[in-house]
Design a protein around this ligand. Structure first.
Ligand code: ZN
Length: 192
């Protein structure tokens, strides 16, 4: 009888497993790690194993599924067996907690949407910051007695707020980002 653990590790491509559960692996066999807030594709795939060089998680495709769905090793093997139609002969019955798994997948999906939102807002505000920076340079009063250009005044007024937002998006905790998300969205609703 074949050892199902062995069989999966040897014969099931971990890239296929990763893809099936929503991890986007790029051509260089790297991916954004989903086990920490990753911005640099710290997770890499090699010899049918994965490893995150930032947060340290790693292992076989079974370890990956275990971590993804908070499963015991045997439960992970059974899930893989079902999801990939491997038809391995496993002694005990597998009763997956579908509700829990769906919840985990949903949360992960939400995290991805939220991360995309953060990236999008960051590039928008970075653009706005550049615009104001240019106005500050361009319309800066040359002599003290010169009247200040309205674009200069506006830019100076906005500067701190814009950079505060960029700071949070770049270095903030997920709580800070969530508050920012709510703030910005209620602001958009208010201004229509
Ligand atoms: Zn990681």
């Amino acid at each position: 009888m074949i050892d199902p653990f062995d069989h999966i590790k040897k014969n099931l491509d971990i890239l296929v497993v990763a893809h099936r559960y929503g991890i986007e692996v790029y051509r260089n066999h790297k991916a954004l790690c989903i086990f920490h807030n990753d911005h640099h594709e710290s997770m890499s795939f090699k010899n049918n194993r994965f490893k995150c060089f930032s947060c340290g998680v790693g292992g076989s495709s079974i370890d990956l599924v275990q971590k993804l769905f908070s499963l015991e090793p045997l439960q992970a093997v059974k899930k893989i067996n079902v999801d990939f139609g491997l038809d391995l002969d496993l002694k005990t019955d597998y009763k997956p907690d579908i509700g829990k798994m769906q919840e985990i997948e949903r949360e992960r999906q939400l995290m991805r949407v939220f991360d995309h939102w953060c990236d999008k807002i960051y590039s928008e505000y970075a653009q706005i910051a550049r615009f104001y920076w240019m106005n500050i340079q361009e319309y800066k009063p040359i002599n003290e007695e010169d009247a200040m250009h309205p674009l200069y005044i506006d830019a100076v007024h906005q500067w701190d707020a814009i950079n505060y937002i960029l700071d949070i998006l770049l270095k903030g905790t997920s709580d800070e980002k969530t508050i920012l998300y709510k703030d910005l969205n209620s602001f958009e609703v208010m201004t229509g």
